[in-house]
Design a protein around this ligand. Structure first.
Ligand SMILES: NC(=O)c1ccc[n+]([C@@H]2O[C@H](COP(=O)([O-])OP(=O)(O)OC[C@H]3O[C@@H](n4cnc5c(N)ncnc54)[C@H](OP(=O)(O)O)[C@@H]3O)[C@@H](O)[C@H]2O)c1
Length: 256
């Protein structure tokens, strides 16, 4: 085995690739030789990501899909199959949070969060496994969990439930598909500077409290999450499966 990160000839699908963490992950794969399918609901943002990858010498194809809907997921996978006979790596990254006190949550808020953050991860992973990875007897699936999957983030009951679900789902899929040489892992970021947490990070009292809980003393960058995803997607991680790699500046290790 070569000790290197190289995705030449690898076909990758990154969801939520129009901005934030997903964009950084997609740029990382593109710069290391992969052909990257970029997915979200916003074609303009996806085309910007694709342009950056192509200008840097890589290959990318933008595809629009509302991943909260299972019929759209199935159409997406059928569409990828028409373009590519194989898919080596899936990164389930898209996500949303509706921040509200739990007693004010309605069914629509709950369903939207769980459909976007958990149901879609399951149905995209299973479609990709069935159509590509089980037949080819290889594959890597990496999903975005969160510190919210391990600890409580107030006013984010649905989000935390979905991310806890991602950690558990990762373990089950890893155990079911190890025999097919498919490794299934997750990463669990703390606060990363993106649109998702922009409003939260405007609250100075919250940020002060947050910094006292993060040994590294700062928020993370999207590229620092991308680094963990690229490692888990590489041959360097062939014997790692069912694991959630926390990328949190020490947040989840900190006691006192
Ligand atoms: N930022 C953090 O501090 C942090 C911490 C822990 C975990 N995470 C996780 O990391 C992942 C990326 O977060 P981020 O911070 O980069 O968020 P972001 O900047 O808000 O980006 C989210 C991406 O997901 C896409 N998306 C949302 N709903 C979608 C849907 N129904 N169908 C298709 N695409 C959809 C968005 O595109 P469109 O809306 O244009 O479709 C966008 O490209 C999420 O799973 C998040 O929970 C983030």
């Amino acid at each position: 085995m070569k000790f290197e990160l190289n995705f030449t000839n690898k076909i990758v699908c990154v969801t939520g690739a129009g901005r934030g963490i997903g964009k950084s992950i997609a740029l990382g794969f593109g710069s290391l030789g992969a052909h990257v399918f970029l997915v979200s609901r916003n074609m303009n943002q996806l085309q910007e990501t694709a342009q950056e990858i192509i200008q840097a010498g890589g290959e990318a194809s933008p595809l629009v899909c509302d991943l909260s809907k299972v019929d759209e997921i199935n159409k997406l996978v059928t569409g990828i199959k028409k373009i590519s006979p194989k898919l080596d790596i899936l990164v389930n990254n898209h996500g949303a949070n509706i921040k509200l006190p739990s007693e004010t949550y309605n069914e629509e808020d709950w369903d939207l969060t769980l459909d976007t953050n958990l149901k879609s991860y399951f149905f995209l992973a299973t479609a990709v496994a069935r159509e590509f990875m089980i037949p080819q007897q290889s594959g890597k699936i990496i999903s975005l969990a969160s510190i919210g999957g391990l600890t409580a983030i107030v006013k984010s009951a649905a989000y935390c439930s979905s991310k806890g679900g991602v950690i558990q789902m990762t373990k089950v899929l890893a155990c079911e598909w190890a025999k097919h040489n498919i490794q299934v892992n997750a990463v669990g970021p703390a606060y990363i500077k993106t649109q998702l947490v922009k409003e939260t990070l405007k609250n100075k009292d919250f940020v002060k409290s947050l910094m006292s809980r993060i040994p590294a003393g700062r928020c993370g960058e999207p590229s620092e999450v991308a680094g963990g995803v690229l490692f888990l997607a590489s041959d360097l991680a062939n014997y790692i499966t069912g694991h959630t790699l926390m990328i949190d500046g020490g947040f989840s290790s900190f006691g006192i």
